[in-house]
Design a protein around this ligand. Structure first.
Ligand code: AVI
Length: 286
């Protein structure tokens, strides 16, 4: 299923809760990288920057970056979740009263136009969170190519390959928050599509797919059953699963060639000490 369907209001709250659990390392690791290297990142963006953020979400890391920028001109957060975007926009506008903030409600995985009269100044995209990992190869190239049409430089968060045990506990945390996040999809289907999923007969499972270099989230049926939703029947065998999300993990060489395919060159990389996560700066080359 498209993983964007995991994010109804409850799903977004649960995702925010995931970012605070001990087992889920990406958010705190990336936040630490941005905090420790904010000045270098600000230098990369240049003075008077116009900053676009794809999938702005709660915008915590963005605040750290904006705080380090020299006289930024404009911040354009882009997100499909209008409510969260409005909250982020007003928090950032309050914290940085001299910065112009122009929110855009759009799905950044599809084509959309930027406002025609953007102020002059170096344009940089910010795409933290390792959200690029939720896109398959074709989608990732399409996204990076779209970003290339919008800006000449980018800062992007990429989760790195690591031992499978660390990965699986990040996506099946001991507090059960990721399980609740995944199972919420069935509750959503029941509510919005008049579905009849018995929520206690499906379980969350995180799997490592070596070929795809991805952690996958699945909802596994504990029995053989037929589930009706939106007037249609869906048959499950016992142990059969719904694949709800893939989270691809990269090494720097593989990501570098992916970026190159879409017209980018990696210019700098900032990593945590353990090498779990990387934040990369990209320059448009063609
Ligand atoms: C939003 N995205 C980058 C998260 C990830 O790590 O793939 C979504 C997530 N799924 C389970 N935990 C977090």
């Amino acid at each position: 299923m498209p993983c964007c369907w995991l994010y109804d209001a409850r799903g977004s709250d649960l995702f925010n809760a995931i970012t605070r659990v001990e087992d889920y390392y990406p958010t705190r690791t990336e936040t630490e990288i941005v905090s420790q290297n904010a000045q270098d990142m600000a230098n990369f963006c240049g003075e008077g920057a116009v900053l676009l953020e794809y999938g702005a979400g709660s915008g915590i890391k963005t605040e750290i970056l904006i705080d380090a920028l020299r006289a930024p001109r404009l911040y354009l957060p882009i997100d499909i979740a209008a409510d969260e975007l409005a909250q982020t926009t007003s928090r950032i506008a309050k914290r940085f009263p001299r910065l112009d903030v122009f929110p855009i409600v759009a799905d950044f995985t599809r084509d959309f136009d930027l406002p025609p009269a953007l102020p002059l100044g170096p344009r940089t995209a910010f795409f933290p969170g390792s959200t690029i990992g939720n896109l398959n190869l074709r989608e990732a190239i399409a996204f990076l190519s779209r970003m290339h049409r919008h800006v000449g430089a980018a800062i992007i968060g990429v989760d790195l390959k690591k031992d499978v045990r660390t990965l699986l506990s990040a996506y099946d945390d001991s507090a059960g928050v990721t399980a609740a996040f995944n199972l919420n999809l069935l509750a959503r289907i029941n509510r919005e599509l008049d579905g009849a999923f018995p929520l206690d007969r499906f379980i969350h499972e995180a799997r490592w797919n070596q070929t795809e270099s991805a952690v996958e989230m699945h909802l596994v049926s504990l029995d053989s059953r037929v589930v009706t939703l939106a007037g249609r029947d869906f048959t499950f065998f016992s142990g059969e699963s719904i694949h709800t999300e893939s989270s691809r993990k990269y090494d720097l060489v593989t990501f570098g060639s992916l970026a190159e395919t879409a017209g980018w060159r990696v210019s700098q990389s900032w990593r945590d000490r353990a090498g779990q996560f990387a934040v990369l700066s990209l320059d448009a080359v063609s």
